[in-house]
Design a protein around this ligand. Structure first.
Ligand code: XMP
Length: 318
């Protein structure tokens, strides 16, 4: 019978046999899959696992520093690379969703390749690919591996993509990955994190991206996500986030009219991201969250809640 414990034991042994004293590089995304893959490899080969966590400047508020600390606390050999400016520069002026995805994928590959070159004699690239990723083209998990897969350029592969691939979670479903993580005593908050797309907030800022828009959306998203946690709703939702709309609307503050941004909140129930229903969040929660957002986040004067299911809508707006 399959148990998380037996899976960990067998996988660690297999990895040790397969990898010996070889060095392995792995891109951490902050998500469940890459984190569990890293822990398994860490158990198997310790310091020979080199983890790279890239800040693309499109993560949630404080996520880069918080998650990096968490990784270090887990004993992982991890290097945090803040490449925010490089990503924002590459995104400047782009508003087409696929163009934005391509730019992010391209810069990610460049940054990761530079970092992989810093590790001498690395032989393997580890990925947190899970079974559904193998069958679907778009990963719901949003890790660097997803970015790499959908954007690799067959003409001239970057060096790290010529490495041998090791994918310890390839046969598992998401819930099994979480159970494997729990059996290795990984933090419940890390294992329970909502999926987050690889291109991050870039596909939740409709249209072109600026540092100011990223900042506004990070603030809005933080109010929403922290609210879900405070109201014990976070674990009842499969994925949630905020979308910055390319719409200004009239509002009023004191005696003055405002003309500011509108944000949409999205929370869905799903098992695999392929279909999804919007969540019937309590009106009191929505009311409080809307007030908090408008009061705390300068530049936003209107909040709407997305009540579309997938299909025919998608989870993300881009
Ligand atoms: P959609 O919007 O297609 O999203 O209903 C389904 C799931 O996939 C995630 N998603 C992405 N993940 N790169 C990723 O790594 C992407 O470009 C991307 N687009 C969507 C989305 O967050 C949801 O979990």
């Amino acid at each position: 019978d399959w148990t998380p414990q037996s899976f960990v034991e067998e996988t660690v042994e297999d990895l040790q046999t397969k990898l010996g004293n070889d060095r392995v590089v792995l891109g951490l995304s902050g998500g469940v899959d890459s984190s569990v893959a890293a822990m398994l490899l860490h158990k198997a080969i310790g310091e020979n696992l080199y983890c790279i966590f890239v800040n693309n400047g499109l993560l949630r508020k404080n996520e880069f520093t918080d998650v990096l600390e968490q990784y270090k606390g887990m004993g992982l050999n991890v290097k945090g690379v803040d490449a925010s400016t490089r990503f924002l520069d590459a995104l400047a002026g782009l508003s087409d969703p696929e163009e934005k995805r391509k730019a992010i994928g391209r810069v990610f590959i460049e940054v990761f390749d530079d970092e992989a070159h810093e590790i001498s004699d690395v032989k393997w690239l580890a990925q947190g690919t899970i079974y559904p990723d193998v069958i679907e083209s778009v990963s719901a998990t949003g890790g660097p591996s997803a970015t790499i897969k959908s954007h690799h350029n067959v003409g001239g592969l970057p060096d790290f993509m010529k490495l041998r691939i090791v994918e310890p979670l390839k046969a598992l479903f998401k819930d099994e990955v979480r159970r494997v993580g729990a059996s290795m005593d990984m933090d419940a908050t890390l294992l329970g994190r909502h999926p987050f797309p690889g291109p991050g907030l870039a596909i939740r800022i409709l249209g072109d991206i600026t540092a100011e828009k990223v900042r506004i959306l990070q603030e809005v998203d933080a109010v929403f996500i922290n609210g879900l946690k405070e109201w014990n709703l976070y674990d009842k939702v499969w994925q949630a986030g905020a979308i910055l709309l390319p719409v200004n609307s009239v509002g009023v503050m004191g005696d003055e009219r405002t003309y500011e941004k509108c944000v949409a909140l999205r929370a869905v129930e799903s098992t695999d991201g392929m279909t999804a229903d919007w969540v019937n969040l309590p009106y009191e929660f929505l009311q409080k969250t809307s007030n908090d957002i408008i009061n705390k986040v300068k530049g936003v004067n209107r909040v709407v809640y997305d009540i579309s299911s997938k299909p025919p809508a998608t989870i993300e707006w881009e």
